[in-house]
Design a protein around this ligand. Structure first.
Ligand code: C2E
Ligand code: CA
Ligand code: CA
Length: 321
């Protein structure tokens, strides 16, 4: 819906404004209406700019992947990592994936981008697997729901694992719960087929989506990633703590592994350990780092997280006494 302002608009402007409002309504998940607002137009222009720049990003070598370690509290070591994309455009500053991934999903550019990421990660794993302390290491790739609307992603995944001679159990895909599906059936059946290959499946941002429990029934889930918004409330919001406990109880009865995202403080760690969270990913142990830094860990007999674990033990004892 847009209103006609005779002072500043002509017929074309009016239609364009209505169009912009329509796109906003669609992005809100359809079945709703939106009034045109100036910010929508700014956003649309910004989106077009990002879309234009992104189309050249791969060939221009502007993209790179960082990897954030996942740490097992029981084994006290890195047991996996998550590939996270970074974009440094030739013109302008770094653009966050929170900004460009949703745009790439809208425009369909996520398909090409996703294929590029897939190949990069598989190539990386093929290097890591030859290193002395690789055993048990699983590398996760973020996959957008949009990529799972056809069989293309699965086919590319199989191809990439073959090309780089890596085993499916070294690979995990992280999928986010979302309401905007083109076709539920294809999505769930693709996940089943990918899971049948031996690739692990995790639900990202668990608890923030639309139908978490429904997902657990319909999806072959190996791992739940508790969203950072819950973790950051540990020690501050009793209700969120209770939700974490509930998620853990459900996971346990379903034999699903749990990882906590975005753990930053030792207090959060103590809580998560007390409630038997399996793995931790967050700034407390490490920010996303270069592939080379992961290689160093996989090359070294030394535990690189000794300092963090020592501090954790000290607080744990103090907490218990
Ligand atoms: P995500 O999948 O939930 O990734 C976790 C985000 O939390 C990452 O942000 C990571 O850097 C950040 N993070 C991890 N630990 C902490 C912590 O302790 N504190 C704080 N403050 N943040 C933490 P990043 O890399 O900016 O990625 C943002 C989102 O962009 C991702 O959220 C994911 O949805 C998307 N994304 C990133 N890389 C890819 C990719 O390769 N493919 C796809 N489809 N999406 C991606
Ligand atoms: Ca993720
Ligand atoms: Ca997440």
């Amino acid at each position: 819906i847009s209103f006609y302002d005779p002072d500043s608009m002509n017929m074309d402007d009016l239609l364009k404004a209505a169009d912009t409002a329509m796109y906003e309504a669609k992005s809100e998940g359809r079945n709703n209406f939106q009034f045109f607002a100036k910010q929508m137009q700014d956003k649309a222009e910004q989106n077009q700019r990002v879309q234009r720049l992104l189309s050249k990003a791969i060939v221009n070598n502007e993209l790179t992947l960082l990897y954030q370690p996942k740490i097992s509290l029981l084994q006290k070591k890195m047991v996996g990592c998550e590939a996270l994309i970074r974009w440094f455009p030739e013109e302008g500053d770094m653009i966050s994936p929170d900004v460009f991934i949703p745009i790439a999903e809208q425009t369909g550019q996520i398909i090409e981008l996703g294929n590029w990421i897939l190949n990069q990660v598989c190539q990386q794993i093929s290097h890591w697997q030859s290193l002395p302390y690789f055993e048990g290491m699983v590398t996760a790739i973020n996959v957008s729901v949009r990529q799972l609307g056809t069989s293309e992603f699965r086919e590319k995944l199989v191809e990439a694992m073959n090309t780089h001679a890596i085993k499916p159990e070294y690979v995990e895909i992280e999928v986010t719960e979302t309401a905007t599906f083109d076709d539920h059936n294809v999505f769930f059946s693709e996940l089943e087929k990918i899971h049948a290959l031996g690739v692990k499946i995790s639900i990202d941002d668990f608890g923030t989506g639309h139908s978490s429990l429904d997902y657990l029934r319909k999806m072959p889930v190996d791992i739940i990633k508790i969203d950072r918004s819950f973790i950051k409330d540990i020690g501050m919001d009793k209700q969120d703590e209770e939700l974490i406990r509930t998620i853990l109880a459900i996971s346990k009865t379903m034999s699903i592994q749990v990882i906590a995202e975005g753990a930053e403080t030792v207090e959060q760690l103590i809580f998560l350990d007390k409630h038997q969270v399996d793995n931790i990913q967050g700034y407390y142990f490490s920010k996303p780092i270069q592939a080379q830094a992961i290689s160093n860990t996989l090359n070294s007999k030394e535990n690189l997280y000794t300092e963090q674990f020592d501090l954790f033990e000290i607080h744990k004892e103090a907490d218990a006494s």
